[in-house]
Design a protein. Structure first.
Length: 403
């Protein structure tokens, strides 16, 4: 997702990209000393720069196909204001002051610019982060794409008439989608304690067995919906027997899966201990099975939510105006979404630039009161419910009182 400076970041990255395309060596068609502006046409033609290529953002529209998508960090049953998806419309115009070949040079500039954009249809995360480090637009889920826009004669007439400027040869293109996060807090009701008789929901049994190794589920201990660092997790499936078995744990924050040696194995179950090298969030688990004399076979991957653990001594009392600092394990990495959930109030963590086990939250919008508390990292909550008893109960030690 992106902050309010996302539009500025996209424009600056486009200016850099076009400038890099124009500044290639002269023997490769480049033109030196070109100013890349971003002014309205009536100001660009009087800018004082002898050679200029102007990138004017003339419209920001809403992408209706993405308008009602909920925030990525919500789980079923919660609500929050969706991000604002924008489509940015740009006009690219060359301006040459004086000289005998004004139009020809302008055509040269425009050709280089459109060639650069045509060869670069997507603004990469690395470019956005390097050129505009003041914005987190590089972290948004949607990729930012460049596409050409055909203007009709009436559009051209209207666009240039409003600036009372003589028409100059131009091209139009659009950039989508730039997502701007809402600053309103999400609504996060407490989880349901039971869902029916013996806390069992609907069950479905397959009647056709697969001959291939297959995982069906990753089962955290104590009937919890998620595991924590150090927990023993049971993997269930079929045809899991092999002479050598590896557990492969993957996460969007990792560059490669982490291999783990299982604690026990059978044809239907494999158990392992969650290592402390994993970040919290959505972990996927697969098995690597090796039979004697054969190459390793990988099973399908199943989901294993890995919950953070609040290590701050709770319960505590804090002043809402002072905020609160919560320590946790494992550390939260840059790019992960962190929220403190005080009952139904969701509060986003203050920005952090490096992996940290200490997060700060501003509670200015949380009314005074005592709240059962969860820490949510990438959509996975710290464990609040004690399921070792029947019926399950809330862990009343996980309490924050806001004064």
């Amino acid at each position: 997702m992106s902050d309010a400076r996302a539009i500025e970041a996209v424009t600056q990255t486009l200016r850099w990209l076009i400038g890099a395309g124009l500044g290639r060596p002269t023997n490769q068609g480049g033109v030196q000393g070109v100013h890349i502006g971003a002014a309205p046409p009536d100001q660009a033609q009087n800018s004082g720069h002898p050679v200029e290529l102007n990138l004017f953002l003339y419209q920001a529209a809403v992408d209706g196909s993405l308008r009602n998508q909920p925030p990525r960090t919500l789980v079923p049953g919660e609500s929050g204001e969706p991000p604002l998806p924008l489509v940015l419309h740009y006009l690219l115009t060359p301006y040459i002051k004086g000289g005998d070949d004004v139009d020809v040079t302008a055509h040269h500039l425009l050709g280089l610019a459109v060639q650069t954009l045509n060869d670069h249809p997507v603004l990469t995360r690395t470019e956005l982060a390097d050129i505009a480090p003041y914005s987190n637009v590089a972290d948004q889920v949607e990729r930012i794409r460049i596409s050409w826009q055909q203007l009709e004669e009436k559009d051209i007439f209207s666009l240039w008439s409003i600036f009372s400027s003589p028409y100059r040869l131009s091209v139009a293109f659009e950039v989508r989608a730039v997502l701007i996060d809402s600053r309103r807090d999400s609504r996060t009701p407490l989880p349901v304690l039971t869902r029916g008789v013996n806390d069992r929901g609907p069950e479905a049994n397959a009647n056709v067995d697969s001959p291939f190794p297959e995982l069906s589920a990753a089962i955290p201990p104590n009937a919890q919906p998620s595991a924590r660092i150090g927990d023993t997790v049971t993997l269930r499936g079929a045809n899991l027997g092999a002479s050598a078995v590896r557990v492969l744990l993957d996460h969007p924050q990792l560059t490669a899966p982490i291999p783990v040696t299982p604690s026990s194995t059978s044809s239907t179950e494999v158990t392992f201990t969650v290592p402390n090298t994993l970040p919290a969030g959505a972990v996927s688990v697969a098995l690597g099975l090796t039979a004697t004399g054969l190459p390793e076979t990988l099973t399908n991957a199943v989901a294993l939510p890995l919950a953070p653990k609040i290590t701050t001594s709770l319960p505590i009392s804090v002043a809402g105006t002072a905020g609160i600092t919560i320590t946790c394990d494992p550390p939260v990495r840059p790019g992960q979404q962190a929220q403190l959930l005080l009952a139904e109030h969701g509060v986003a963590a203050q920005p952090f630039a490096a992996a940290t086990g200490s997060l700060t939250f501003a509670l200015i919008n949380v009314p005074p009161g005592a709240y059962l508390t969860r820490l949510r990292i990438d959509g996975v909550d710290s464990q609040l419910v004690d399921r070792t008893v029947t019926p399950p109960v809330f862990d009343r030690t996980q309490l924050v009182t806001v004064t």
